[in-house]
Ligand binder design. Structure first.
Ligand code: BG6
Length: 476
């Protein structure tokens, strides 16, 4: 362990999501999903937070998900490049509306199922393990319009049916699954996390926590179904993680930091430990929230906890008991206070490799279940040289430091199954819809307005990551 931190079989790779990569937004029977209604700019932000969108794409608006990077048509070329880097795993999501175009359909769409069969076969050809997120920030629009999305209990059975369809179809091809991407995002970007749209004067907290309960039950039912179909399946949860630091040693700051983390841990406490924690019950009571549950819910949550904890880590957060006294950072949905010890990315996200080690230790101490780092990376502007090269030393620097801290966490005793960095190929940014915010080892020639050839080329980080994988994390 001292010499070789990463065990044999450690799952090195990358992570993408259907709505940010595939494009082909109405191809072969796919229905509209929530992300297909997100334009760029100010409107995007308002809709993501629950303002009523136009349920049909509008003329004159630009919707980045509609074409994205055309992974739908170019997946063979892209997977060949991942294989060249030596990927052991690719995390990707399935678009719910490709399988059930309306979400409540009786029969699945065979063309959608076939597409993912083709993708998985292509991955398996290179011995790349598919790691599949069942819902990554997309809900069929019909479910939003007709049922109010996750506010409605009916979504639980639609999701259960969707997940069961996937488990049955891909049981021989996919071992690692995750139910909801960054499940805690529901509190910050409710339309993105759960397709929530709020009415004028609606109690948003009530709606969010009711939707959260539905997702938690749906997640437990998916775990149950997956294990019944193939007991070898590993089904995880997925948290947008990042330790919250107290601004000072003032107990008020320390307490505020604990509370801030609990806002997110709440979800994983239920998914991994199987019950609503005491602090959540107090929060519901003090905020006059009534979460409607069915008789069997508590038992389901208890019996069908997740096998591992998937998480994303980009940045740590900082908070204080007296927020009015502090400047908050820009561009961060978690509303962090400025941390004077840390640098920031071009989008204002703190850069904190040590925080990665702290976060991993904290999660492992809390849950004692294997972790899976399913997102990490630096969103940065890449400017190709005249001969088209991208010398992204800043990205290498970020990743190198983070992988080194992950290795330290493992030496601390934290069990980690794998590391799939975010966006190994440039793709659409979830928060801004930009292409300019790039994470990839592979450059995609396309700009924020949708112009470009979509041509793929290798950045400097491509060879760096290839060497990291080839040396099983020894050569950073
Ligand atoms: C996570 C999401 O929040 O962070 C991804 O799971 C997202 O979908 C990633 O792309 C990076 O965020 P952004 O906004 O830079 O794309």
């Amino acid at each position: 362990m001292d010499m070789m931190t990463f065990p044999k079989g450690f799952l090195w790779g990358g992570a993408i999501a259907a709505n940010q990569a595939e494009g082909a937004y109405l191809a072969n029977g796919k229905g509209l999903t929530t992300v297909d209604l997100l334009p760029t700019g100010k409107k995007r932000w308002e809709i993501m937070q629950g303002q009523l969108p136009s349920y049909e794409p509008l003329e004159g608006e630009f919707y980045p998900s509609h074409e994205a990077i055309e992974f739908y048509h170019q997946y063979k070329e892209d997977i060949a490049l991942f294989a060249e880097m030596g990927f052991k795993a690719l995390r990707l999501s399935i678009s719910w509306a490709r399988i059930f175009p309306n979400g409540d359909d009786v029969e699945p769409n065979e063309a959608g199922l076939q597409f993912y069969d083709n993708v998985f076969d292509e991955l398996l050809k290179y011995d790349i393990e598919p790691v599949v997120t069942i819902a990554h920030f997309d809900v069929p629009v019909h479910l939003v319009k007709k049922y109010g999305s996750w506010k409605n209990r009916k979504l639980v059975s639609f999701f259960e049916n969707y997940a069961t369809t996937l488990f049955k179809r891909y049981k021989g091809k996919v071992k690692y699954w995750m139910t909801f991407n960054e499940i805690n995002m529901l509190l910050h970007l409710p339309f993105v996390g759960a397709g929530l749209v709020f009415e004028e004067g609606e109690d948003q907290k009530q709606a969010k926590y009711q939707a959260a309960h539905h997702q938690l039950v749906a997640s437990a039912l998916a775990v149950k179904a997956g294990h019944e179909i193939n007991p070898k399946m590993k089904i995880g949860c997925m948290l947008a993680a990042g330790q919250t630091y107290p601004y000072s040693c003032n107990p008020d700051d320390v307490f505020a930091a604990m509370e801030k983390d609990r806002e997110s841990f709440f979800f994983i406490d239920v998914q991994a430990r199987g019950e609503y924690p005491g602090y959540a019950k107090r929060f519901f009571k003090e905020n006059h929230l009534t979460i409607v549950m069915e008789d069997q819910d508590q038992q389901l949550l208890k019996q069908h906890t997740v096998d591992y904890i998937g998480f994303s880590y980009y940045a740590s957060r900082t908070t204080s008991g007296d927020l009015d006294q502090h400047k908050t950072t820009a561009g961060n949905v978690f509303g962090s206070v400025e941390n004077p010890y840390l640098e920031k990315s071009e989008w204002g996200w703190t850069i904190d490799p040590k925080g990665f080690r702290i976060t991993a230790n904290q999660l492992y101490d809390r849950y004692q279940k294997p972790l899976f780092v399913v997102e990490n990376g630096l969103g940065a502007v890449d400017i190709p040289t005249e001969d088209g090269k991208v010398n992204d030393d800043y990205r290498i620097d970020y990743l190198r430091k983070h992988v080194a801290e992950m290795s330290e966490a493992m030496k601390d005793g934290v069990e980690i199954l794998g590391y799939t960095s975010w966006g190994p190929i440039d793709l659409v940014s979830a928060s801004t819809g930009e292409m300019k915010k790039r994470y990839g080892y592979i450059y995609v020639e396309k700009d924020n307005e949708g112009n470009g050839t979509l041509k793929r080329s290798k950045k400097k980080s491509f060879d760096w990551y290839k060497q990291v994988i080839a040396s099983n994390g020894e050569k950073l």
